[in-house]
Every structure is written in C-alpha cells, then in structure tokens.
Design a protein around this ligand. Structure first.
Ligand SMILES: C[S@@+](CC[C@H](N)C(=O)[O-])C[C@H]1O[C@@H](n2cnc3c(N)ncnc32)[C@H](O)[C@@H]1O
Length: 204
C-alpha cells in the first residue's frame, strides 16, 4: 500500500477533531521525555508527528534541535502552516520511517502511534535500523503503541498491538526498557483506546 497517499488523504479530508488519535496536550509523552532527561540542549525527533501538539510543547521549552518526520507531506504542511514563523526552527522531514533514511543523531526519539502500523517484519526491521542509527548511546526512545487490549485497527489500517514486554523483545538487545505507562486515550468523540507507552535507554 502507498502509505504517503493514504495519510495525505487523511490529512486532506479530516480536521484534528475528526481523528481518533488527537490529543490537545501530549502529557504522557512529555512526562516520559522529561524522565528521559529532556532539556533545552536536547536533540529530539518526533516520528510520525502528524499535527501533534508535541512540537508546540518542545518549542515552548526552547529545545535546541527539534526534528519532526512524517510520511505525509500534507501533515507536515498543515503543522508548518499552524505554527507559522516559530516553525522555521524545526527540521521538517518527509519520509517513511520504515525506509532507508538519513536521520539526524538524536538524544531522544519519540513515536506515538506509528510503530504499531508496521505489520510486516521488513518494515519493522527498517524502523529499527533508523532507531539504532539515530539514537546516540545513552539516549532514549519513548514509543507509544496500542496496548494488547487496544483497537485492532486505526485509520482503516491494521495494527500490531504490544505489551511493554513484547515491545521490548521487538526492539532487541540494544534497547533496555526503563519504564512503561498504561494510558487510556479519550478520542475527540469520547471513545476510549488503550495505549502502552514505554521508555527505553539506548545501550552502547
Ligand atoms: C495515528 S497518527 C499519530 C500522529 C501523532 N504521532 C500523534 O500522536 O498525534 C500516525 C502518524 O504517523 C504518520 N505515519 C504513518 N506511517 C508512517 C511511516 N511509515 N513513516 C512516517 N510516518 C508515518 C502518519 O502520517 C500520521 O501522521
């Protein structure tokens, strides 16, 4: 399937409050990024950032090096238009995280609701190559997926659901799970979705 075309269609036809994953405040992500040492000098990448408000929170904290990657150019255009001038401080990347990418070196990798769309082993392997390349030893990854009791599909696509343990096994020995948080997300129309958020350390 053509991922870019799928997600471009989503962003062309839906407003923030029309999509299940929208959250006005990325509070669980920020708590875990802060626990991972987020500070003004951090280098961070948000994978599949979409129109998430995480980038707003990072800009408000004056984080020095912020990258946002998304497979959908429509998503990137939307968030850039929303942010205006302040958005010029962000390194915007249109790309598929499962492909061979030139990702910047970062201290922090954040992904909310992207990895779980990779249902094919080759795509997960591509993601993990980028993750290992990008996150410096001693750095951290915060990855949020649907939990084992979460939805089986999102945005018309199948997903793989993870427990903290199965996610840790999938990431492999170069990442040590430090903590996990179970979170019930409330969609804009009041449905609930069960997520797990896990924080990992990149080992040397
Ligand atoms: C469910 S949305 C989550 C958006 C955002 N992370 C949030 O929490 O609000 C998934 C996002 O990931 C992007 N995406 C999906 N597959 C991707 C891939 N293989 N590489 C990069 N971005 C991807 C989509 O365009 C979309 O913006």
């Amino acid at each position: 399937m053509d991922r870019a075309a799928h997600w471009d269609r989503v962003y062309a036809s839906k407003e923030d409050l029309d999509v299940s994953w929208f959250e006005p405040e990325p509070s669980v992500s920020l708590a875990l990024l802060e626990a991972a040492g987020l500070k003004a000098s951090s280098r961070i990448i948000d994978i599949g950032g979409g129109n998430s408000r995480l980038v707003d929170a990072l800009l408000a904290r004056d984080v020095a090096a912020i990258s946002v990657l998304d497979v959908s150019s429509a998503a990137i255009e939307r968030v850039r238009a929303r942010l205006g001038d302040i958005g010029t401080r962000v390194n915007w990347i249109v790309g598929d995280v499962a492909a061979d990418l030139d990702v910047p070196a970062v201290d922090l990798w954040h992904d909310r609701a992207v990895f779980h769309f990779l249902t094919e082993p080759d795509d997960r392997a591509g993601y993990l190559r980028n993750l290992e390349r990008a996150v410096v030893p001693g750095g951290s990854a915060v990855i949020a997926t649907f939990a084992v009791d979460g939805p089986a599909r999102c945005s018309g696509l199948p997903v793989v659901r993870y427990s903290p343990e199965t996610l840790a096994v999938t990431l492999g020995p170069r990442f040590r799970r430090v903590e996990s948080v179970a979170h019930v997300h409330h969609t804009p129309w009041g449905a609930t979705q069960s997520f797990q958020y896990s924080r990992f350390n990149r080992l040397a």
